[in-house]
Design a protein around this ligand. Structure first.
Ligand code: NAP
Length: 465
């Protein structure tokens, strides 16, 4: 039989996208919108889709979560299928996928956290914001963690990105305002009994280097029952940053600097909870006898080094009493068996989305999108253009190719192989049942949804239906 044009109705281009978060959905959408005929199977290790939209976006940011409507539209495409509960690299090795798909596109994000590397970091009470976020969002990976907030009066959060801001907000806002959201039951319970009164946000550099965005900072400054305390020294610019801002500063940085100046002039209102935003400060040690009791915080001077503003300790150190420390210093990728991994950058090495090996050689038919491709940066929408870039490369690589009609490279053969490898494969309709049940449980309680937080409970819903 003569080979058929790859990407034609007679021989569709078969792609497995691994990871059903935003970048996976954007890749699927771009593939399905192409002129070629592409069949997309979107695989996820969880029985539920949406990645960080479900497990990362803060529960008091429900509007951001409405982005899933676009993903639901993608899921309704006749050439789209979802297979959840599929651990690629473990139960489902890459070789098995390569047998049934022409191309693999990894959208696996950054699943671990960077750490501080300071003495005392391993003490009980010290953890990562990534874990805390996963915990309050009911991610099954964090189900067995506990944050006994009734024993905590003060928390130090290290880092001043939007994750640090999310965490500070969730720790200080009135827990009753979280009741209508989809926050995990176990987290709401802990927040209701929380003794947290003070949260320190530590940024190692200055106002012009803070990674949060103005809207998020503003939100933090407007929380009921919370004083955002910005000491005047926190809002001060070092001379090099001031010169840079004047000459070429971007809009976001200018607004951050302006807001910080305004906030530093505010008088605290005597609100019951406080967030202390300290810039130019780094934790150098976590102290405690068997658990976190205090953090040594070094003062930094900012110096220009190789065109970058770097923090250097001045030798002055404060001691902040705290019972919990959360490092919010960025997410980091995790190596997947059989896939190249750049340990230093924590990403899958690639050139414009084409995966490359250590020697820089392109790994055939293997692509990457999203945080796994470029690192943990940008907002959800950033992943759309990023996915389009990779998909353009995929389509260019497929163009002009012919392939024999291969009984292994069919939708039915792939589904059979996955079903053989995974005891309980979860399909899109199964997820819709989980979704409906979570919403119904929530509705009964005046909430958006009550999430299932254990894989076995999610699978039980599917089994029952
Ligand atoms: P991020 O924006 O990269 O911020 C990381 C922070 O950690 C920075 O302040 C960084 O300071 C600091 N840091 C790194 N290493 C450090 C160290 N060893 N000691 C002290 N500080 C250190 O990362 P993120 O907050 O995890 O957010 C990830 C992405 O998700 C971002 O693009 C963020 O905007 C996005 N996000 C958006 C929202 C939202 O839109 N509402 C919510 C959450 C997350 P330096 O600059 O000095 O390295």
């Amino acid at each position: 039989m003569s080979p058929l044009a790859l990407g034609s109705p007679d021989r569709p281009l078969r792609v497995a996208v691994i990871g059903a978060g935003p970048s996976g959905f954007y890749a699927a959408s771009a593939l399905l919108g192409a002129d070629a005929t592409v069949e997309v199977d979107l695989l996820d290790r969880l029985p539920v889709p949406f990645g960080l939209v479900r497990g990362g976006v803060a529960p008091d940011h429900q509007k951001i979560k409405s982005v899933v409507r676009a993903y639901q539209k993608t899921a309704s495409h006749p050439r789209f299928r979802f297979f959840g509960n599929v651990r690629v690299g473990e139960r489902v090795p890459l070789e098995l996928l390569r047998q049934h798909y022409d191309m693999l596109c990894f959208a696996v994000g950054c699943e671990s956290a960077r750490t501080l590397d300071v003495p005392g970091e391993d003490l009980p009470g010290s953890g990562t914001a990534t874990d805390f976020v996963a915990w309050y969002n009911g991610h099954p990976d964090a189900r067995e963690l506990d944050f006994p907030l009734h024993e905590v009066g003060s928390v130090v959060v290290v880092g001043v990105g939007n994750v640090a801001v999310d965490v500070a907000r969730i720790l200080t806002r009135d827990p009753e305002s979280l009741h209508p959201t989809d926050i995990a039951d176990h987290a709401l319970e802990r927040l209701r009994e929380s003794a947290v009164r003070d949260v320190w946000l530590l940024g190692r550099r200055g106002p012009a280097q803070a990674a949060f965005t103005p809207a998020e900072l503003q939100e933090l400054s407007q929380l009921d029952g919370v004083d955002l305390v910005v000491p005047p020294w926190s809002a001060e610019l070092d001379p090099a940053s001031a010169a840079w801002l004047e000459a070429e500063g971007d809009k976001v940085t200018r607004r951050n600097v302006e807001l910080l100046r305004e906030l530093s002039q505010r008088e605290p209102t005597g609100a019951p909870r406080r967030i202390h935003l300290w810039l130019g400060r780094s934790p150098v040690a976590i102290e405690g006898d068997g658990r976190v009791e205090a953090v040594q915080v070094a003062h930094n001077a900012l110096v220009e080094e190789g065109g970058r503003i770097a923090a250097r300790p001045t030798g002055e150190v404060d001691r902040v009493e705290a019972q919990m420390v959360l490092a919010a210093v960025g997410y980091c990728g995790v190596a997947l068996p059989g896939l190249p991994f750049d340990r230093r950058r924590g990403i899958v090495p690639n050139v414009e989305g084409r995966v490359v090996d250590e020697a820089g050689r392109v790994v055939p038919d293997t692509y990457v999108v999203g945080w796994a491709k470029r690192g943990p940066s940008g907002v959800i929408g950033t992943n759309r253009a990023d996915a389009v870039e990779t998909v353009d490369r995929m389509l260019a690589d497929a163009a002009g190719h012919h392939a024999p009609a291969d009984p292994d490279r069919t939708a039915a053969a792939a589904e059979q192989a996955l079903a053989r490898a995974v005891p309980q494969l979860v399909r899109w309709q199964d997820w819709e049942r989980i979704d409906a049940e979570e919403r119904a449980r929530g509705e009964a309680d005046g909430r958006v949804r009550r999430k299932f937080t254990r894989v076995r409970d999610m699978l039980e819903v599917v089994r029952r239906s």
